[in-house]
Design a protein around this ligand. Structure first.
Ligand SMILES: NC(=O)c1ccc[n+]([C@@H]2O[C@H](COP(=O)([O-])OP(=O)(O)OC[C@H]3O[C@@H](n4cnc5c(N)ncnc54)[C@H](O)[C@@H]3O)[C@@H](O)[C@H]2O)c1
Ligand SMILES: O=C(O)C(=O)C[C@]1(C(=O)O)C=C[C@@H](O)C=C1
Length: 361
């Protein structure tokens, strides 16, 4: 691929453009918001202005409801030889594209399963898609060139292609992305009026389960509206489990010993189902969940401490697979939990200890 156009230079469009530019593709940017467009260009994502048409691939990175009209308009002016989009929902935009008369031969639907809770070009990252699944939803009408170009795009972005039917995709993302988003929001919404005391002691658990609740409400309204029935189905199943949990807890809080026993059993069964479901979530880069060992280090609250620790881990020849930093306000020290390959944990703890770091066992 030599040339590409990215329409919509928010988080995902800018990330795609940065990834392609990094691989030597000439990228032409457009967005209906001029300031967003200028910001993306200033980040090195590509150039503003009309390309010599047609470019090899146009990537439509706008909210799901606008995909069809943007595709139609781009095809009308002969912008590219092939087209794809990145919308989080596939069946609706694909049907709308067909209804708008979009040429199906040169278009293939796509969805990178990578993102952030922050919108806009400044949140864009060239490595956002590294190792992540990128779903393609070809139909019987999709031409070979469109499929091949989309596969090339995915490869240039460092992602892993997964081919799915659009409706299957939408059911899958209702379960693994859209309904979880709603639940994260429900949990975060309950914190809005939390007392100062409660908020102050909130820690990594609640932070983990509410991170995505910081997402853009307007974009998520678009995503949820485009997959409403499938998301509602999953939420209904959550509601039934939730009622079960409430009944079990009420029994446990009551005086009846038999009901307490039954409540305890039901609760344990639910918690075990949670363990089983959690083990199905893939680990880093889409690989099966790896079991890492953790090495926890105390660092002082001073500039450059984290960089010094990372350098020490690098000097020990150990790769950091994941990291979590815990820092309580008002405290002069923080806790850094490093996740590393199990066979390097003891060696790392020893080497850090030798270099004067306080390692918690
Ligand atoms: N945010 C995520 O985590 C994520 C992940 C994967 C896919 N997606 C999908 O990617 C698409 C873009 O989402 P985002 O997170 O980059 O949102 P964003 O809000 O950061 O960017 C969207 C951009 O599209 C522009 N835009 C809207 N309508 C337009 C139009 N008609 N013509 C030109 N530009 C237009 C907006 O001005 C904005 O800059 C959505 O379809 C979303 O479902 C999002
Ligand atoms: O990690 C996040 O911030 C995301 O919400 C990313 C996420 C997801 O649910 O995995 C969100 C929506 C997209 O369509 C794809 C990816």
């Amino acid at each position: 691929m030599r040339t590409a156009a990215v329409i919509g230079t928010g988080l995902i469009g800018t990330s795609v453009a940065l990834a392609l530019t990094r691989r030597g593709v000439a990228v032409y940017l457009s967005d209906r918001d001029e300031s967003v467009l200028r910001t993306a260009a200033s980040l090195g994502a590509g150039q503003v202005g009309d390309p010599v048409v047609p470019v090899d691939l146009a990537v439509v990175a706008v909210p799901p409801a606008y995909v069809a009209t943007v595709l139609e308009e781009a095809q009308r002016r002969g912008l590219a030889t092939t087209y794809t989009d990145v919308a989080s929902v596939k069946a609706g935009p694909q049907a709308a594209a067909a209804a708008h008369g979009v040429d199906q031969k040169t278009y293939i639907g796509g969805h990178p399963l990578a993102g952030r809770e922050v919108a806009g070009p400044l949140a864009g990252r060239a490595d956002l898609f590294d190792g992540r699944p990128w779903v393609l939803t070809p139909t019987a009408d999709t031409g070979r060139d469109a499929l091949n170009r989309a596969l090339e795009l995915i490869s240039l972005c460092g992602a892993v292609p997964v081919v799915m039917d659009a409706a299957d995709h939408d059911h899958a993302v209702a379960l693994i992305s859209h309904a979880p988003h709603v639940v994260s929001v429900l949990m975060a919404a309950r914190l809005e009026h939390a007392s100062e005391d409660a908020a102050r002691i909130a820690g990594p658990g609640v932070r983990d389960v509410t991170r995505i609740a910081a997402g853009d409400p307007l974009l998520w309204q678009e995503i949820l509206s485009s997959n409403a029935a499938a998301v509602a189905d999953v939420l209904e199943e959550y509601a039934s489990d939730l009622s079960g949990a409430v009944i079990a807890l009420r029994a446990l809080a009551g005086d009846d010993a038999d009901k307490r026993d039954a409540g305890r059993e039901d609760l344990v069964a639910l918690l075990r189902r949670g363990n089983a479901g959690h083990s199905r979530v893939p680990g880093k880069h889409g690989a099966p969940r790896a079991v890492y060992a953790t090495v926890t280090v105390v660092i002082s609250d001073a500039p450059g401490e984290l960089a010094r620790l990372f350098a020490a881990v690098g000097a020990a020849g150990v790769n950091i697979e994941d990291v979590r930093i815990e820092h309580s306000p008002g405290q002069q020290a923080g806790l850094v939990t490093l996740q590393v390959a199990p066979d390097s944990a003891d060696r790392l703890a020893e080497r850090l200890g030798e270099r004067g770091w306080t390692v918690q066992s």
